[in-house]
Structure formats: C-alpha cells, structure tokens
Design a protein. Sequence first.
Length: 131
Amino acid sequence: MSRRILVVDDESHILHVLSLKLRNSGFIVDTAVDGEDAMHQLASAQPDLVITDLQMPYVNGIELCRSLLSDAATADIPVIILTARGYALGSEAASLSNVRKVVNKPFSPRTILEQVRRVLGIDTDIMERAA
C-alpha cells in the first residue's frame, strides 16, 4: 500500500519539485497552497505525513501543526517543516510533538525523500530493491 503525503507550500515550484520526486518514489501526493487549503483537504483524505512550509499566508506551518494536534483524527500525523535558511523556529514550535524534522531551504529533493523515508520508518534498502 502506498503512503499518502500532503505537501503544503505557497511556492508552486516547490510543490512541483517535491510532488514529482515523491510520486516517482511511489508515494501518493496531495498538494495545498497554504495551511488553510491543507486543513480543507485533511477533511477528505488523511495523509501518512505532512510536509509544510513554515511561512505561508492565511494559516502558517505552525498553525497547521497546532490544528493537526487539536484533532484526535490527525494528532498522530507526523510533520516535516520547511523553512527559509536562517529563520529559527521558536521554542513554542519546537515543542510541537508532531514536528519530526525541520529542513532548511534551499534543499535537495533527495534529502527530503530520505527524511520522508526516515520519518515513515521505510527501509530504503527494501525500496531500492523494489524499484
């Protein structure tokens, strides 16, 4: 069974690059342009992982993480946060139990794929043998 990932970012090129890399690696990928869009999508399809930008209009990445935690149905979904280099997460963000990894932009799509596999507990040797 393929794992579903929701990628949330207000930059279309990041959505495109991450979606392509993850789909080519066998994941089902949904995208959202901001946290508000993501929350609407979570009502219809729950992902196994959320990758979200930190700084977005309407609902930012921290607010999205808090929203996930506040609902029993989504509280256990792990999150990877993408952030602009040099933008430090405050102690409040660091205390969010669903945030598993913070990755600085710019990043390599391969690095994100490795982090996704690590967070989801996917053995990369098995994935490479299956490819």
